[in-house]
Ligand binder design. Structure first.
Ligand code: CA
Length: 577
């Protein structure tokens, strides 16, 4: 890491700026609280199994997270999102929940969770937790009861359907984990729907009692003091009650697995899912300053994100897989950002998460596949490597709420695992065609010289990547030019400048690798220029014209008005608007 941060300055919290008058009309701001904490916030995603192991069993846990909250606070982020820690058979590592109101013993206790929230709040961090409501684990008592007969009190809590006359499943819907989305249940002599693993049955959101029950779960956690929810697969909650077949995609749009060969017209994005979000919003609005972010899959991510965040009656924000695929050029970035200029919704963006190949590999070295669960083309190997700080700088320039995934602040590359080391059912089923999801879930490296990089004294559930040890937190913290310190500087830059956090966004140049954004808010503008390619470019005209009267806020490399933009360069200039 030989990055030179210019003018990064000290961390400075600018919440005082949050009292500024209403937003420009182009932002179409919602009324009640014009700039609540989550708007423009940066949230840090923690995958509990892999963050820090406090009791030496090789599995990360809640006390481990609590012990590392100071690292998260030192990043300057607004809060953290914690992936599931609830009781689970762990077929999908916690995204298969068997008790919505508990903590899996592997991760600790409810008291440990309360201690985590208390410590986070003391450090000024919001706590957002995952809620996995589209499906449960088959072990959940609701499903155990529902499958027992066709006339029990929870008989319609899941999506049950008779076989076709020839015994085949009710329709052509396909599972994201491979094969039909229907599993036969001999007790009822019916099929049940599962969009993911067969042991993860889908709840029936057309049943009012199901909606009431999951909202009660939400109330349980809100009462415990959590600041918001990340909603897993939020556009798969409701299904077409007529169970109509999904139409095939045109040949040119088909992927190479069954689920990618059909348009998800009838099993996703149903109006009843949106209607449920309004019920959820009313619950959240009954508590002060709470927040929701939906995960939305699908082929038109921006359109879905807008539908789910429109106005003030749906989700606060939503993210998609828009930036979790192949490396974007400037036009691809603007294709995702431009539609928000006059929209009342609010986007969220992530370049990495627990489902995607780490961005440092996916966009950086030109190697590695795309999103683990999509059919996107792999990155172009001809693209030269760019430092991960280029992508962090780009992320911090975006208008929206941002997510940084654990290890992204260290610039960790994707881990390569042998088949024998894989844990992810998707990775095992698709080996070696897919990267699977284990390579972005290896343990967090804390101490370069410690066994298992300081994650645990015991062999971890996934091996600590030897390539990650030199990038450990202790080593990077001591290096002013490290990716860790660059990340801290960039997050601080965003906090200092409401133009970056809340302002309007206009593209001045979006041409091949060259992207120049103008962010503006209440008398201040920030020009953000990026060279997303490897070849050096001349200083773009809008940047050159503004330079003399501007303040250089931050730059990836030492630079000047006529120095041009080296490959991977990022420059932030502050102007009076
Ligand atoms: Ca542990």
């Amino acid at each position: 890491m030989a990055l030179q941060a210019v003018g990064a300055g000290a961390f400075a919290h600018t919440d005082a700026a949050m009292t500024l008058p209403a937003q420009p009309a182009t932002n179409a701001a919602p009324a009640p609280s014009a700039h609540p904490w989550w708007r423009g916030a940066v949230l840090y995603q923690v995958y509990p199994r892999s963050y820090a192991d406090s009791n030496g069993d090789g599995v990360g846990d809640l006390p481990g997270i609590t012990a590392r909250l100071e690292h998260i606070a030192a990043l300057g982020v607004d809060g953290l999102w914690i992936s599931p820690f609830f009781p689970s058979p762990m077929r999908d590592f916690g995204y298969d929940v068997s008790d919505y109101r508990g903590v899996d013993p592997r991760f600790g206790t409810l008291a440990d969770f309360d201690a985590l929230v208390a410590r986070a709040h003391a450090l000024g961090l919001k706590v957002v937790i995952d809620q996995v409501w589209s499906h449960t684990a088959a072990e959940h008592p609701w499903f155990v009861e529902s499958r027992s007969s066709r006339d029990n009190p929870k008989a319609d809590w899941y999506v049950w359907a008779d076989a076709k006359p020839d015994g085949s499943p009710p329709n052509n819907w396909q599972s994201w984990m491979g094969g039909p989305a229907w599993r036969w249940e001999p007790r009822r002599k019916q099929y049940h729907l599962h969009n993911f693993l067969p042991q993860m049955p889908d709840l029936n959101f057309h049943c009012p009692a199901v909606q009431d029950a999951v909202l009660d779960v939400g109330r349980f956690w809100l009462d415990r003091g959590v600041d918001g929810f990340r909603l897993d697969t939020a556009n798969l909650y409701a299904h077409d009650p007529l169970l109509r077949d999904n139409p095939p995609l045109p040949p040119g749009e088909r992927g190479d697995s069954p689920v990618l060969m059909q348009r998800h017209q009838f099993n996703a994005d149903q109006p009843e899912s949106l209607a449920f979000m309004q019920r959820l919003r009313r619950l959240l609005d009954a508590y002060p300053d709470r927040f929701s972010v939906g995960e939305l899959g699908g082929p038109e991510p921006v359109r879905a994100m807008q539908a789910y965040t429109e106005g003030t009656r749906h989700l606060h924000t939503a993210y998609s897989f828009a930036f979790l695929g192949p490396r974007p050029d400037a036009a691809a970035v603007m294709e995702r950002l431009a539609p928000w200029a006059d929209h009342s919704g609010w986007p969220a963006w992530a370049f990495s998460n627990h489902d995607a190949v780490r961005v440092a590999s996916r966009w950086g070295a030109g190697a590695g596949g795309s999103f683990a669960l999509s059919a996107g083309a792999p990155s172009d190997a001809a693209q030269a490597a760019l430092p991960p700080s280029t992508w962090m700088a780009l992320l911090m320039a975006l208008r929206g709420t941002l997510f940084v995934y654990q290890g992204e602040e260290l610039g960790l590359p994707q881990s390569r695992l042998a088949f024998e080391q894989l844990q992810d059912p998707y990775g095992i089923a698709n080996w070696p065609l897919s990267e699977g999801r284990d390579g972005c879930r290896t343990p967090m490296p804390w101490v370069a010289e410690a066994p298992h990089a300081g994650f645990s004294p015991a062999p971890p559930w996934l091996p600590a990547d030897p390539a990650h040890a030199p990038l450990a937190v202790d080593r990077q913290a001591a290096d002013p030019g490290s990716m860790l310190n660059t990340t801290r500087a960039l997050i601080a830059l965003r906090r200092r400048h409401p133009a970056l956090r809340l302002g309007t966004l206009t593209a001045l140049v979006a041409d091949g690798p060259l992207l120049v954004l103008r962010r503006e808010w209440q008398g201040e503008a920030v020009l953000c220029a990026f060279n997303l390619g490897a070849q050096a470019l001349p200083t773009p005209a809008p940047l050159a014209a503004a330079w003399a009267g501007a303040r250089l806020l931050w730059a990836q490399f030492a630079t000047s008005a006529d120095a041009g933009l080296a490959g991977g360069a990022a420059v932030f200039l502050g102007l009076d608007a």
